[in-house]
Design a protein around this ligand. Structure first.
Ligand code: CA
Ligand code: CA
Ligand code: CA
Length: 407
């Protein structure tokens, strides 16, 4: 409620008393705070100028103090009418200003809403040869302005490829061949935010003539991957519990032909798995129950169909059925086939943002120097290029996880 102050000389019995700085014998009103925030909207971290210069005191009074509550952090006061605040995190904030005049009268609160959008859209893990010519695993924040805070997660002369996020985005699994494994691939897991050095952990055993590669981490907590077993002459899909004893359970097994192209993908509810097979000579994407039973051919086309990504009720995949590899989508029941992205270059690896709005992929004219791009998941809009070759080398296997959880 507005507070009014009446100072009448006669009532005070002070006759012609002069009150310094304020009009005497007049009705005095509290000062009025007026606040602007510039900008009032933007991406984090957002620097905002809060300005109270249009605030006013009643006639012949003046403002002696500006009391700020930015809506984030501590309240404070200044003598000047302007202050700058930084809002590091996304959210909606209410900045408030109260002004005080030289008679210590306080204004009502003026407020402005400040909307800070998420700038960090998540994190991507990817592979690159940018540092030493061998494949290493990298982690970066993906922001509205491109990649930021790029970290190298592996550092060795062997291949570290094909990362995948755990459900929720805390850990990464990938496939790597270490010298101790005679060049065969095994699976490794790391928590990239673990600060106690490199806690890379191997989760599949070294088995002669056996490779575990191209993993995916499903909501049942298990890691599903392609295997190639020269001992039995078979290939297929197997699974392992990353917290178990390393026992491998083969769920799809067939005679091997070529290295399987594309990791398996689990349905969001964990009940089904999509996988790539070349049993039909061309590559196809099949769907089976999560234990490998009741498999059926989802793509069923003489072209090569591979790299399934499962989001909601649909799968994205890469097919060369129109000549060159392009990105397609299909409903998980086999209907609704449609082309998402067409161009004369080659798309290889594929991922999707946690909210399903963007797909991320590696692309090049001839795959000698692939780079990473994103596009709207419905194929509309401009491509956003995230890696640029040159000193950044070749970049591939992008997978998109949620932002790092703030401590
Ligand atoms: Ca390496
Ligand atoms: Ca096919
Ligand atoms: Ca293409």
């Amino acid at each position: 409620m507005k507070r009014r102050t009446f100072l009448k000389g006669s009532a005070l019995g002070l006759g012609a008393l002069i009150i310094p700085g304020c009009a005497d014998f007049v009705e005095l009103e509290e000062p009025i705070a007026r606040l602007t925030a510039t900008p009032s909207k933007g991406v984090a971290p957002l620097e905002v100028i809060l300005d109270g210069k249009n605030s006013s005191a009643s006639e012949d009074c003046f403002i002696t103090k500006y009391e700020w509550n930015p809506g984030y952090g501590n309240k404070y006061s200044t003598l000047g009418s302007q202050t700058t605040c930084t809002y590091p995190y996304p959210g909606e904030y209410k900045a408030k200003l109260v002004v005080v005049d030289n008679k210590n009268r306080r204004s009502s609160e003026a407020s402005e809403t400040i909307i800070v959008d998420e700038n960090v859209l998540g994190r991507i893990a990817f592979c690159s040869n940018r540092d030493q010519g061998t494949g290493e695993l990298y982690l970066a924040e993906i922001t509205k302005n491109g990649l930021d805070n790029i970290q190298k997660l592996t550092d060795n002369i062997n291949n570290d490829i094909s990362p995948a996020w755990s459900p929720g985005g805390k850990d990464l699994v990938w496939s790597a061949n270490r010298p101790t494994s005679d060049g065969w691939f095994a699976l490794y897991v790391v928590d990239p935010d673990e600060t106690e050095g490199n806690d890379e952990r191997r989760i599949t055993p070294f088995i002669d003539n056996f490779s575990a590669y191209k993993p995916t981490w499903c909501v049942d907590g298990k890691i599903y991957f392609n295997f190639r077993d020269r001992n039995s002459g078979t290939q297929g899909i197997a699974r392992v519990d990353p917290n178990g004893n390393g026992d491998i359970e083969k769920i799809i097994e067939e005679q091997f032909h070529n290295w399987l192209s594309g990791r398996p993908a689990c349905s969001p509810d964990g009940s089904k798995i999509a996988f790539v097979t070349d049993r039909d000579v061309n590559t196809e994407i099949y769907i089976a129950n999560i234990d490998g039973t009741e498999e059926w051919n989802l793509t069923n086309h003489p072209a090569n169909d591979r790299v399934p990504i499962w989001y909601g009720d649909e799968l994205f995949f890469i097919s060369d059925r129109d000549g060159t590899p392009d990105i397609w989508a299909i409903n998980s029941n086999g209907g609704g086939l449609r082309k998402i992205l067409e161009n004369s270059g080659i798309e290889t690896d594929l991922g999707i943002s946690p909210n399903g709005s963007k797909i991320i992929f590696a692309h090049d004219i001839d795959m000698s120097n692939p780079q990473i791009y994103t596009i709207n998941a419905d194929g509309t809009g401009e491509w956003t290029q995230l890696t640029f070759g040159g000193a950044e080398g070749a970049n591939c296997y992008p997978v998109w996880g949620p932002p790092k959880v703030k401590n």
